[in-house]
Design a protein around this ligand. Structure first.
Ligand code: NAD
Length: 260
């Protein structure tokens, strides 16, 4: 149902972003991939997406902590596809440390990537969406857009910022056919999470089950990880015409975390 549309997904070389890219390409959209990683692997993903969509897939290596790089990426998308219809702002990073020991340059990077990049991509995509009278902006926020955890102040601040930005832009775009929402996952099962398990087992003398339930899933009442495909399915639904009235929403997908 997305034939002829173009989706740009930031941070789509792995995890949630890659699952979103696959879901959107699966419905026939042109895709702009972005993120870091092994060039051969990224080229393989690009080829796989073109096969799945029967449309085109481009890759931009833009470092989204830099506004000029974002401008170049958006210009490239406009040149190739005449603009972006679906913008998934997903790239994000984390650093864990107490506030009084938090390296200031890490604060700047996290705010630049998790929050300011969303401002830049959105300000550049919005005029084209408004002109066409249709658009979707989908931001990957987090349960940390609603609640906090210790030692993650910049991440929590940036994700609360994304939730606020989402609401403000939704109101500005409300009459234009453009919806703006964020998805707030709890703990998502990614290779990044999986790879932490053996080390934590060793460091704390715990079993695999104990690490998963008592450490990783301590805050998640379902005791189940969210999957990247679940997040992508919600993003895809937000692109449907049936979702036209969902705007300015912060959609939790956190196994009950923020209900507690
Ligand atoms: P991931 O590490 O698998 O993917 C992050 C992506 O961002 C990668 O493609 C990476 O290359 C890219 N990236 C990193 N720095 C970048 C930069 N400077 N410029 C451009 N791209 C950059 O992570 P993920 O778990 O898929 O997370 C995706 C989003 O979901 C993030 O915003 C994250 O905060 C959010 N999130 C994740 C979880 C979780 O449990 N995994 C939970 C809630 C929210």
């Amino acid at each position: 149902f997305l034939k002829g549309k173009t989706a740009l997904i930031t941070g789509s070389t792995s995890g949630i972003g890659l699952a979103c890219a696959r879901a959107l390409a699966g419905e026939g959209a042109n895709v702009v991939l972005n993120g870091f990683g092994d060039a051969t692997e990224i080229e393989a993903i690009r080829g796989e997406l073109e096969q799945a969509s029967g449309a085109r897939a481009l890759y931009s290596a833009a470092d989204l902590t830099r506004a000029e790089a974002i401008e170049a990426m958006m210009a490239e998308a406009a040149e190739a596809f005449g603009g972006v219809d679906i913008l998934v702002n997903n790239a994000g990073m984390q650093h864990v440390a107490p506030l009084d020991q938090f390296p200031p340059d890490r604060w700047d990077l996290i705010i630049a990537l998790n929050l300011s990049a969303v401002f830049h991509t959105t300000r550049l995509a919005l005029p084209g969406m408004k002109a066409k009278g249709w658009g979707r902006v989908i931001n990957t926020a987090s349960a940390h857009s609603l609640v906090a955890s210790p030692n993650k102040a910049p991440y929590v601040a940036s994700k609360h910022g994304v939730a606020g930005l989402t609401k403000a832009v939704a109101l500005e775009a409300a009459t234009s056919g453009v919806t703006v929402n964020c998805i707030s996952p709890g703990y998502v099962w990614t290779p990044l999470v999986e790879n932490q398990i053996p080390d934590t087992m060793k460091a704390r003398g715990l079993t695999r089950e104990q690490v998963m339930n008592d450490v990783l899933l301590a805050a998640q009442p379902t005791k189940q990880f969210v999957t990247v495909d679940q997040v992508a399915a919600l993003a895809l639904f937000l692109c449907r015409d049936e979702a036209a009235s969902i705007t300015g929403a912060n959609l939790s997908m956190d196994g009950g975390w923020t209900a507690a």
